[in-house]
Design a protein around this ligand. Sequence first.
Ligand code: DX5
Ligand code: ZN
Length: 216
Amino acid sequence: MQIAPSLLSCDFAVMGSEIERMDRAGADYMHLDVMDGDFVPNLTFGAPVIKAVRGYTSVPFDVHLMISNPLKYIDDFADAGADIITFHIESKSPVKETIEKIKSHNIKAGVVIKPNTMAEAVFPYLEMLDWVLVMTVEPGFGGQKFMAQHLDKVRKIKAQAKKINKEITLEIDGGVGESNIKEAFDAGVDVCVAGTSVFKAPDSAQAIANLKALCR
Ligand code: DX5
Ligand code: ZN
């Protein structure tokens, strides 16, 4: 299992050193939650902030766009140093065109589905995608309770990808911790986002090691 600490739970006053701390703690990806106060009822940061902190690690940046018009900003996030960009299938942007735009920068393209969206919604795009993110909480805030029923979507998407012979990375986001990561692993999840469970732990390196150790 790979772990992507969500910077949403970091100390924003020292975001660069928080990234260095997660790098040392063994993060596989840095998960950056971009919110526009419209697609979700919360605001975070945009491409300039991501660009400013990009140099603090060589760990890949996994940028999760919770914004209404992702297509409009793909160039900015790619230029800021994103390695993976995921955007919501429920946003206003045309899905196919947005995936193509991400891929035109030679970075990984993914879609995200909210709790109320069915697994089948991503099927028409699987052939074009590198990555699918299944939300296990309503997007917008860290520290919410994990909703295990959405792991079913991971199983369905994995099965469909296998059927069409496509390698897809499956990620989940929201409420992941020691009490549920094994269940996620068994469902076929490749990458778990972890905000609270890693950042609020007394020792983040130990927290990441413990999460990984549970996946056997
Ligand atoms: C929620 C964000 C998540 C969040 C996860 O909208 O997409 O990445 O920060 O935080 P935890 O792990 O605390 O649920
Ligand atoms: Zn996220």
